[in-house]
Design a binder for this molecule. Structure first.
Ligand code: GLC
Length: 518
């Protein structure tokens, strides 16, 4: 296997859509067995279609407004059903929204300290970090990022974990030595593995992958214990003999703990990036499905909701447009992650592109131009939506740039205004649906009166203009003025720092003999 190359991306640099390159899929209905991108070339005869019969862009916009707008009333209905789904997930295993018990018991003391390794496998990049917790909410972090190729996401699971182990081994080799920021030779080093996919956990250092999400498809992994697979890969590297996989965590759980470490008002964490999900702290007596474990009812435990799966399969609760249905049908996991497919950065650009394709097919856009580039699935990145929304010029020069540079298409001002308005509709709906998810946890936990902070991370939240404001507006639409008491803030690095804190908490818990069986 080729040696892993640290990516050129500087640490902490977040890319708005972490989802390129994408698998080639077509706009044909799924099951056609022919994943060839549809090609679409306008001819002179098309160009002669009289323009007077075409609807104006403003007329089109009206239609999309009604499709993509979520009224406050509709949001409240979604929230009510969301709360029910969250509650069922705590009672029974095997639910669509699995409400995964994480065995992260309560909040950090903020006195956690020491050196920990963190491995972050979440979407686009693989990251290895050495985190030095200094106590009192302070820390230092040294990290290296490795870019994952689209092929690696689809090749055998064992190979993927071998690559992870190889990256950790390289990192450990590079950073072993004497002094600050160095890994000490011959000392055991606890590792927190942030594996940001749904896993069923019987204990904190175990996790059976329920299903891949976010476009991953590595065979021979679903249904298996990914912690055991990674341990087996680590054994292939003698330099890792002192590294102990202590905790397998989700990015949301890490974000919850890391955000609370620096801001103790944090009660909920959300990730709004390539995928979307949330975690919060629950009282064990409410997690009735784990009663046989005999953990005292008053104990606190973080729950990884995996709310991206809300409304999967049956599609009872969310208003889906024809474009959402196409995105779903043509994904590698039809029916799954229904909520995530309306919200996350992996899909928003594709929803936009499918609307444009509909207008191209109807002969209402780009007549006489070669549109094949726009016909390629996932060729319209979510970052473009974000750029269009923030274009400050009257002529919408950024929009011109996107279409000419990436798709070799000329646009009129009316079209560009339409594109920007369409981006706004799609982005706004994503933020308002995210608000519904947050509101559901707030309602379920009774946080509204007292208010709370929500630690939020991910490329959409961090980079999409106005995303946070739209979430806050959405919360007011659901709760009225009291919604202002729920405030999101940019979270601390959950997959690195959070993972290390959880490894520290777990190491201490086990040393203290507390719930050592989980
Ligand atoms: C997907 C994953 C989930 C993760 C989220 C954000 O929804 O299933 O585990 O937390 O993406 O990365």
């Amino acid at each position: 296997m080729a040696a892993p190359h640290p990516s050129a991306t500087p640490p902490h640099d977040v890319v708005i859509s972490e989802s390129l390159p994408k698998p080639a899929i077509s706009r044909e209905p799924s099951g056609s067995g022919n994943p060839v991108p549809a090609s679409h070339t306008r001819t002179q005869s098309n160009a002669s279609v009289p323009h007077a019969t075409k609807k104006t862009m403003v007329d089109h916009l009206r239609k999309y407004e009604s499709l993509f707008t979520l009224t406050p009333q509709r949001m409240r209905i979604i929230v009510d059903s969301f709360v029910e789904v969250l509650e069922i997930g705590l009672k029974e295993f095997g639910q669509t929204v699995p409400m995964i018990p994480t065995y992260v018991f309560g909040w950090p003391t903020r006195m956690e300290n020491g050196d920990f390794l963190a491995l972050d496998l979440g979407g686009t990049n693989l990251r290895v970090c050495l985190v030095h917790l200094q106590g009192d909410g302070r820390f230092e972090i040294t990290q290296t990022k490795y870019r994952l190729t689209e092929e690696q996401k689809q090749e055998d699971g064992m190979k993927l974990f071998d690559f992870c182990a190889e990256c950790v081994a390289n990192f450990v080799e590079l950073h072993t030595g004497e002094g600050r920021g160095k890994i000490k030779e011959d000392e055991e080093l606890a590792l927190g593995f942030t594996f940001s996919y749904p896993v069923n956990q019987a204990r904190i250092d175990h996790g059976e992958l329920i299903r891949w999400t976010k476009g991953f498809g590595a065979p021979n992994t679903e249904g298996k214990d990914v912690a055991a697979m990674f341990r087996a890969s680590m054994e292939k590297y003698p330099v890792l003999k002192n590294v102990k996989l202590t905790a397998l965590i989700n990015d949301t759980t890490g974000t919850l703990i890391a955000s609370h470490y620096v801001n103790p008002r944090t009660k909920i964490a959300v990730i709004l990036g390539t995928g979307c999900n949330a975690a919060y702290m629950e009282t064990v007596e409410n997690i009735t499905k784990i009663a046989p474990l005999g953990i005292p009812g008053e104990q606190q435990m973080a729950i990884n909701c995996e709310w991206g799966a809300f409304d999967s399969f049956q599609h009872y609760h969310l208003p889906r447009t024809p474009y959402d249905i196409l995105v779903d049908e043509q994904s590698n996991k039809p029916g799954e992650q229904a909520f995530e497919k309306l919200i996350s950065g992996r899909y928003l650009g594709e929803i936009f592109r499918l609307v444009l394709c509909e207008l191209i097919d109807a002969g209402d856009l780009f007549l006489g131009q070669n549109t094949y580039k726009l016909e390629i699935p996932y060729s319209f990145d979510t970052a473009f939506l974000s750029l269009m929304e923030s274009d400050p010029t009257d002529e919408l020069l950024t929009v011109i740039g996107i279409f000419t540079h990436f798709h070799q298409i000329e646009t009129t001002l009316a079209e560009r205004q339409f594109f920007r308005a369409l981006a706004r509709l799609i982005g706004r709906r994503a933020a308002r649906l995210s608000a519904c998810g947050i509101a559901a946890i707030v309602s379920k936990c009774g946080y509204l009166e007292e208010g709370c902070s929500v630690g939020a991370d991910g490329s959409l939240y961090n980079k999409y203009p106005g995303f946070a404001d739209r979430i806050h507006e959405g919360l007011v639409d659901v709760f009225g003025d009291k919604g202002k008491r729920i405030v999101t803030h940019h979270a601390e690095d959950g997959s690195g720092v959070g993972s290390a804190i959880i490894a520290a908490m777990t190491k201490k818990r086990k040393a203290d003999g507390l719930f050592v069986h989980v």
